[in-house]
Design a protein around this ligand. Structure first.
Ligand SMILES: [Zn+2]
Length: 279
């Protein structure tokens, strides 16, 4: 049971759950324990992400270069990496997160899955150990912002699966606008009291796109999935994204930055369809 927005009972009032016991002897304790666990998990999220990004920074230069070309699709040279935070809205940071979560190294593993495989030999703190296995399949994905919850985060919807998600990241939510599309890495962290779905937090910065991009972005993803299924008939979104989640970066790169240009987006979708499906 969650009590978002409900008035808080006094410590000696009867508990809201109807148990007949005082609040302080019933759900208050449980809520306090959950809140401190949530805080510990949030801290673990921060330190695990920093650990993963440090692995990315230490990666082989050759791998970083190959990944860079895939992500930026020839738009920039690797030597420009340092400029991209400025020029492409945290582009350098977004690329490093993608490199860590999505790019498969020579052994076929991402840096995240490699760390998860060696978890038993590692000296990861217990809460990071608890989080890491759930992060292995996190990939760059698009989400629509459906509701802003002041000081508490936002309700998002996965643009590919239509699944609703809670972004509990109140800090990141300050930068969100209603109905916009964000493209980023959402990691599950804590599970609210009585809920069966995790709260999500943003790992690194997201790209922010205007609401009119939602429909063409979904069409673009559908074309890629249809093309991928020619060789992998049973593939779903996760199988596609394990291979080529950089397509979302390519989509972002064709978006106009000064004024809306729906024709340009439609042309790009048509070209993609022609190229991948021959239609
Ligand atoms: Zn109670």
């Amino acid at each position: 049971m969650t009590r978002t927005g409900a008035p808080k009972p006094g410590r000696n009032d009867p508990c809201y759950c109807g148990s007949g016991r005082k609040y302080k002897d019933c759900h208050l304790r449980q809520e306090e324990e959950w809140r401190s666990q949530q805080l510990r998990l949030r801290n673990a999220q921060d330190s695990l992400l920093q650990r993963i990004l440090a692995m990315a920074t230490d990666a082989e230069a050759a791998d970083l270069r190959t990944a860079f070309d895939r992500y930026w699709n020839g738009r920039y040279q690797f030597e420009q990496l340092a400029e991209l935070n400025e020029r492409e809205g945290y582009g350098a940071d977004r690329f490093m997160v993608w490199f860590a979560f999505d790019y498969r190294q020579s052994d076929g593993q991402t840096l995240v899955s490699r760390l998860a495989k060696t978890i038993d030999q590692s000296d990861l703190p217990p809460l990071e150990r608890q989080l890491l296995p759930q992060w292995v399949d996190v990939r760059l994905r698009p989400y629509r912002v459906e509701r802003l919850r002041p000081n508490a985060g936002a309700n998002l919807r996965d643009l590919l699966t239509d699944e609703p998600l809670i972004l509990a990241d109140s800090h990141a939510s300050l930068r969100l606008e209603l109905d916009e599309v964000i493209v980023g890495h959402l990691v599950p962290v804590d599970t609210p009291l009585g809920a069966n779905q995790s709260n999500y937090y943003l790992a690194g910065p997201a790209a922010h796109l205007t609401p009119d991009t939602a429909e063409p972005l979904r069409a673009f993803a559908d074309i890629h999935l249809a093309a991928f299924r020619r060789n992998h008939p049973d593939a779903g979104w996760l199988e596609l994204l394990r291979e080529r989640s950089e397509i979302f970066s390519h989509f972002i790169l064709i978006l106009p930055t000064d004024k809306p240009d729906p024709e340009r987006i439609q042309r790009f979708i048509a070209e993609t369809r022609q190229q991948l499906l021959g239609e």
